[in-house]
Write a protein of this length. Structure first.
Lengths: 480, 174
C-alpha cells in the first residue's frame, strides 16, 4: 500500500500542472467535448422529462393525456435512463478520461476510437429510449432497454470508457494517486456487472425471485461502483489540487478504496428486506450496507477533514469548482451514513416502498456525482477550450437553482418518505388518507423539478456558449 | 496500488465474489422451486397462468405499472402488509416460481397487487383505466389509449395474481 514518492511532492496531493495546455490535454479535446456535449444534451432532455413527470402533465393536459408516450410509467422510465446512461455515463467518460490522462501524462493518439464508442453509446441509448416510449421495456429499472441494446452498450463502453485504464498502464512514473485507483476500478467493474446482469435478467433469466436478487445486485453496483467510485476519484483530485494542500489522513485512502470495492458489491439485497428472498441474503445486504460506513468515514476524514482545517470551507465556497465538489463530498458522506442506518430491518420496515429509497439514490447520483461533474466542468473546460465562461451570473444561477432544487427535493423524498412509511405502518390509516397526506410533498417536488431544470439550462447555455466561442486552437493558453 | 494487474484482480474479485455468493448460491437454492402442495395430498400451487394473463403481463410491463405497484406481501413485523389485508400470509419465493418475469416492484404509490385475484370486491380495472376519477382513484393516471383487447388481457393478468393458497414455506415464515 505504499506509494513511491520520487517526485518529492507531498503525499495526498496530485501532481502540479505546468500552467499551459499540454499536448496530452490537447489530444483529449475531441473525445472530451463529444462526451461532454452529449452528456449535457441528455441532461436537458432528462430534466424536461423530470418536469413533465413531476407536474403530471401526462394526466393533466388534454392532448398529452391520450398519448401513450406521456404515460407516467414510460416518462419516469425514460427520464431515469436518460439521466443515468445519457448524462451520468457520458459525463464520467469525459471526466475519468481527463483525470487519468492528467495524472498519467497520457497523450491520446486514438481519440477516434473513443469518439466512435461515444457515438455508438448515444445511438444505442437513443434507440433504447425510443423503444421505452413505445412501451417495449423490460420492467427492470435501469435495465429497461430491450435486450438487444445491452451488448451494443457494452461494446460502446469498452471503446469509450476503457481508456482511463490504458492511461494508467502507460503512466511514465511509478507513483499512483487515489483518483487513479477509483477510476480504474469503476472502468473495469462496470462492463462486468452490466454483462452479468444482462445475462441473468434479460438473456437467460434466472428463475423466479433470483431475477429480483440479480436486479438489486446490479442497481447497487451501478450506483456505487460507477457513480460513487467515479465521483470519489474526482473529489480526491480536485480538492487537494485547488486548495493546494495535502489531504488529511491520506495514508488511509488505500483502505477506503479497498473497503469501498469490497463491500459495495454485497449491498444489493439490502433493498429486498421483507421480500420473498432468503433471509441470509437480506442479512448479507444489511451487514454490507453497514460495513460501507468504513470507507465513508475514511473519505470523510480525508475530504471533510481537509476542508475543516485552515479555512478550507471558506476557500471552497469562494471557488466555483470546489463549491460544487464540496457539495458532492458532503452528499456522499450523507448517502453512506443514511444508507447504512436505514438498511437495518426496523428502519427499512418503515421506509420500504416509499420515496426514501429514491432520496438515497439521488443523494449519490445527483447530490454527489452530478454536482462533482458540474464542479469539474468549471475547472476543465476553460483549459480544453482556451476560452472563459461567458457569464458569471449563469454560474450563480446554475449553483443556486440546482443546489436549492436538489435540497428541497431531497427533503421531500426523505422526510416525505419517512412520514409516508409511518402512516403506511399504521393499518388504522386508510390508504387514501396516506396518499392525501403526501400531496404537499408533491408540490415541493414540482417546484424543485422546475428549479433544477432552470439550473441545467443556465449551465448548458454557459457551457455551449463557451465551446462555440472557442474557435482558437486549444494550445493558445489557459484561462482560469 | 502501483501494479495494474493487482488492482484489476482485486476489483475482479470484488465483483465476482458477491456475484457468486449472492446470485449463484441464490440460484442453486431457489432455482429448483416448482409447484408444491400446501398439505399432503392437496392441490399443487402456484397455478399455471392462463394464456391471456401472459399477454396481460406484457401490457402491465409496457404501461410501466411496476413503477407504482408492488406485488409482494411482507411478513408480520416487517411493515403492516398483512394487518392492512394485502394478503393472508407473507409472499414466499415459490409463489413466483412459474413466473417468467418477476415484477416485485420497489414503490407503492398505488396499492399492492400480489393478491388482486383474491380480492372479494376488486376495483373495476376497465373503469380505472378509462375514467379513474369515477372509480374513486383520483391519483391514478388515465389510460384511455389502451384498447379493449389490452384491457381484457390486463384484467386477466391481475386476476391471475393470488397468493391465498396454502404454502409449506409460508407456514414456516409465520
Amino acid at each position: 500500500m505504499t506509494q513511491d514518492n520520487r517526485s518529492g511532492r507531498p503525499q495526498g496531493r496530485p501532481p502540479e500542472g505546468d500552467g499551459r495546455v499540454s499536448r496530452g490535454e490537447a489530444s483529449l479535446r475531441g473525445p472530451f467535448l463529444l462526451f461532454f456535449v452529449s452528456a449535457v444534451v441528455w441532461l436537458l432532455a432528462a430534466s424536461v422529462l423530470g418536469v413533465i413527470a413531476a407536474l403530471d402533465l401526462g394526466s393533466m393536459v388534454g392532448v398529452l393525456r391520450d398519448c401513450p408516450w406521456f404515460t407516467p410509467g414510460r416518462i419516469a422510465t425514460a427520464q431515469q435512463d436518460l439521466f443515468i446512461y445519457g448524462w451520468g455515463f457520458n459525463a464520467f467518460f469525459a471526466l475519468n478520461l481527463w483525470l487519468l490522462a492528467q495524472l498519467g501524462r497520457f497523450e491520446f493518439r486514438n481519440g477516434w476510437l473513443a469518439q466512435l464508442g461515444g457515438v455508438a453509446w448515444n445511438l444505442a441509448l437513443t434507440y433504447g429510449v425510443a423503444r421505452v416510449f413505445a412501451g417495449e421495456m423490460s420492467g427492470y429499472r435501469l435495465l429497461d432497454f430491450p435486450r438487444e441494446v445491452g451488448p451494443v452498450l457494452a461494446v460502446a463502453f469498452l471503446l469509450a470508457g476503457f481508456w482511463p485504464i490504458v492511461a494508467f498502464a502507460r503512466r511514465p512514473t511509478g507513483h499512483t494517486f487515489a483518483s487513479q485507483w477509483f477510476v480504474v476500478g469503476a472502468s473495469f467493474a462496470f462492463p462486468l456487472i452490466y454483462l452479468l446482469a444482462q445475462l441473468l435478467v434479460l438473456w437467460q433469466p434466472a428463475s423466479g425471485v433470483v431475477q429480483a436478487i440479480a436486479h438489486s445486485w446490479f442497481v447497487a453496483n451501478l450506483l456505487q461502483l460507477w457513480f460513487g467510485a467515479s465521483a470519489l476519484a474526482a473529489i480526491y483530485y480536485f480538492l487537494p489540487k485547488v486548495l493546494e494542500r495535502t489531504l488529511t489522513g491520506y495514508y488511509l485512502a488505500p483502505v477506503a478504496f479497498w473497503t469501498f470495492f469490497l463491500f459495495a458489491g454485497w449491498t444489493g439485497p439490502a433493498a429486498l428486506v421483507g421480500s420473498p428472498v432468503p433471509l441470509w441474503l437480506q442479512s448479507t445486504g444489511v451487514v454490507a450496507a453497514a460495513m460501507m460506513l468504513i470507507p465513508v468515514i475514511i473519505v470523510a476524514i480525508n475530504i471533510l477533514g481537509t476542508l475543516s482545517s485552515q479555512g478550507g470551507w471558506a476557500r471552497a465556497w469562494n471557488d466555483t469548482t470546489l463549491r460544487f465538489v464540496s457539495f458532492g463530498a458532503v452528499a456522499f458522506t450523507l448517502a453512506g451514513v443514511l444508507g447504512g442506518v436505514f438498511a437495518f430491518r426496523s428502519m427499512s420496515a418503515v421506509v420500504r416502498f416509499t420515496s426514501f429509497a429514491t432520496g438515497l439514490e439521488q443523494l449519490l447520483v445527483y447530490g454527489c456525482a452530478s454536482m462533482v461533474v458540474f464542479g469539474a466542468s468549471y475547472f476543465i473546460l476553460p483549459r480544453l477550450t482556451g476560452a472563459l465562461w461567458p457569464s458569471a451570473k449563469l454560474v450563480h444561477v446554475h449553483f443556486w437553482a440546482t443546489a436549492l432544487g436538489f435540497i428541497s427535493a431531497l427533503v421531500a423524498w426523505l422526510v416525505g418518505g419517512w412520514q409516508n412509511g409511518q402512516l403506511l405502518a399504521n393499518p388504522a390509516v386508510a390508504y387514501a388518507d396516506v396518499l392525501r397526506a403526501g400531496s404537499s410533498w408533491c408540490l415541493v417536488l414540482k417546484i424543485s423539478a422546475v428549479l433544477v431544470l432552470v439550473g441545467h439550462v443556465a449551465f448548458a447555455l454557459n457551457a455551449f456558449g463557451m465551446i462555440l466561442k472557442s474557435s482558437a486552437p486549444a494550445d493558445s493558453g489557459r484561462h482560469d | 496500488m502501483k501494479n495494474l494487474n493487482t488492482l484489476l484482480a482485486g476489483v475482479f474479485l470484488a465483483v465476482a465474489l458477491p456475484f457468486g455468493a449472492l446470485l449463484l448460491s441464490g440460484q442453486s437454492q431457489l432455482g429448483g422451486l416448482g409447484r408444491a402442495a400446501g398439505e399432503e395430498g392437496g392441490a399443487l400451487f402456484p397455478s399455471r397462468e392462463p394464456g391471456l394473463a401472459i399477454q396481460g403481463r406484457a401490457v402491465y410491463v409496457s404501461l410501466g405499472c411496476v413503477n407504482c405497484h408492488t406485488q409482494q406481501v411482507r411478513p408480520a413485523g416487517q411493515g403492516s402488509d398483512i394487518a392492512r389485508g394485502l394478503g393472508v400470509r407473507p409472499s414466499v419465493a415459490r409463489d413466483y416460481a412459474l413466473q417468467p418475469q418477476v415484477l416485485l416492484g420497489e414503490r407503492r404509490l398505488g396499492p399492492d397487487l400480489a393478491n388482486y385475484g383474491a380480492r372479494t370486491s376488486p376495483i373495476n380495472v376497465e373503469t380505472l383505466l378509462t375514467d379513474p376519477a369515477s372509480s374513486g382513484a383520483v391519483w391514478h393516471p388515465s389510460y384511455r389509449f389502451v384498447d379493449a383487447a389490452q384491457r381484457t388481457a390486463l384484467v386477466a393478468y391481475l386476476k391471475s395474481l393470488r397468493q391465498d393458497y396454502p404454502s409449506p414455506e409460508a407456514k414456516l415464515k409465520k
